[in-house]
Design a protein. Sequence first.
Length: 250
Amino acid sequence: MEAWERYFVKELEIVQKVRDTQVENIKKGAELIADCYEKGGIVRIFGCGHSHLISEDVFWRAATLGNVHAILEPSVSGMSEITKAGNVESLEGYGQMIVDYHKVQTPDIMICISNSGNKAVAIDVARTCQERGIPTIVMTNVAYSEYLKPKHSTGKKLKDFGDVVISNCSEIGDSAMEIEGFDIPVGSTSSIPFLFIQNSMFAYAVELLVKRGIQPDVYLNGSLKANFADRVNSHNGYIVDKYHSRIRNL
């Protein structure tokens, strides 16, 4: 097979492994999300480096809950000055400052994302939330995390600070394959299973809420304004107004 097809095969294998092994944890995470919504909390999502991309996928996004807050911390997101961000995400204590700044508190919950599970900022975000009784969902690669030597002074990884821990079942080293004649593996594998996990979890949370008799705030796709401007503006505008004062970057 050519490399493009091998990549498809590998990613589909990984997603299937997630489905086969992580369903109970996905459902537990969805329960926490549904409980958070029912209690009037905000679902805070944090990931540093490329993991921030996962948090953005359900923030102010069509078909997702309105009470979601992606914490897009500029200093560790890699959106600019990316190599500096790679150093900042290793600073212990910084994660607590992020939690404090955004005033994360019950009935909020935290979803913390890191493929390696070995970044100090992500570990400290989850650790701080757990210490304060804030339910915490960890999305990581458990096998890769266990493979890596710990960098945090506690000797622990992100997976050690989750009430629910969901593995993306991705490859160690975050690469899908080797190319004959080339000695660096290619084809990152972590983002796609993360997106499957996250979106399936939120979809199930909505189903749980509806079964509880609750009609949750879910955004319509903004592009539909081309055909249904009044409905989309009214619907989405109501959700934005409802949460704007509680989500700093909405």
